[in-house]
Design a protein around this ligand. Structure first.
Ligand code: TMP
Length: 240
């Protein structure tokens, strides 16, 4: 598929039109931001890793019965995906307390939940992606009740598949953020699954007080070893 004009530039990706109206090309950048763009930086090689990783995850999930936007990897940084209409919700699944959950509810990071949790944020940079519930999403016409139901079921299915997948790589899946889109009236998993959008902790490193993060928290929290963490995840995924 031919790469045409740029349609959109986000914080970590660019999106290009193709010669087919049903497909776009996403191009992964090395740019990193945190705290709604307040903190900016570069993570060298991140775009290559996130492209590859996200494509591997989408293909793994397709096999588990989760429909995704993935179509075809073109090269190191570019992938053809279905042109979806993004549902403006950030869907966050958590297995262990960390980040904003720990802060908001005063729960120490590393507290394991008896069952996974789900939460939604309204994807709106001007408002700082505020936390919302199902009824707010309906009131704001962000999705239908049926779509919200489908999104929840798919998000928990993704969690089950990913927990199992990462366990084999000696990684505990703490939490992650998903985005969904509409394609031909159906809800499909979209955006990316990468160390930018997940918390990965070295297995067994966190049941006491300290944990070893192999994700974007190394950038957000100035922990150092940012590139190495992305490379380590990539190595475990691909053996490269
Ligand atoms: P949080 O604890 O900061 O709410 O983050 C929960 C998960 O969502 C974590 O794995 C990182 C991911 N995330 C994003 O992908 N994008 C974002 O803008 C934020 C705030 C979090």
């Amino acid at each position: 598929m031919e790469k045409k004009e740029q349609l959109y530039e986000g914080k970590a990706k660019k999106v290009f039109a193709t010669d087919n109206a049903d497909y776009v090309i996403v191009s992964y950048k090395d740019d990193a931001t945190a705290f709604n763009g307040l903190k900016k930086g570069t993570i060298t090689g991140k775009g290559v890793i996130n492209n590859k990783m996200s494509n591997l995850m989408m293909q793994m999930l397709e096999k588990k019965g989760v429909p995704t936007h993935f179509e075809k990897e073109i090269d190191e940084r570019n992938t053809v995906v279905k042109k979806v209409q993004i549902v403006p919700l950030e869907v966050i699944i958590r297995n262990v307390a960390a980040g904003s959950f720990s802060k908001r509810y005063g729960v120490p990071e590393g507290t394991k939940f008896s069952a996974p949790t789900i939460e939604f944020s309204y994807k709106n940079d001007d408002l700082g992606d505020p936390l919302i519930n199902d009824y707010h999403a309906l009131a704001l016409n962000l999705a239908t009740a049926e779509e919200i139901d489908t999104i929840k079921k798919m998000a928990f299915a993704v969690n089950e598949a990913m927990i199992e997948f990462f366990k084999k790589l000696n990684i505990d899946l703490i939490d992650f953020k998903l985005e969904f889109g509409r394609f031909n009236g159906q809800i499909v998993l979209a955006d990316e699954i990468s160390p930018d959008t997940c918390r990965f902790w070295e297995a067994g490193s966190w049941d006491t007080t300290k944990h070893v993060s192999l994700d974007k928290d190394r950038f957000r929290r100035d922990l150092g070893g940012v590139e190495d963490a992305y490379k380590e995840i990539f190595k475990r995924l691909t053996g490269e």
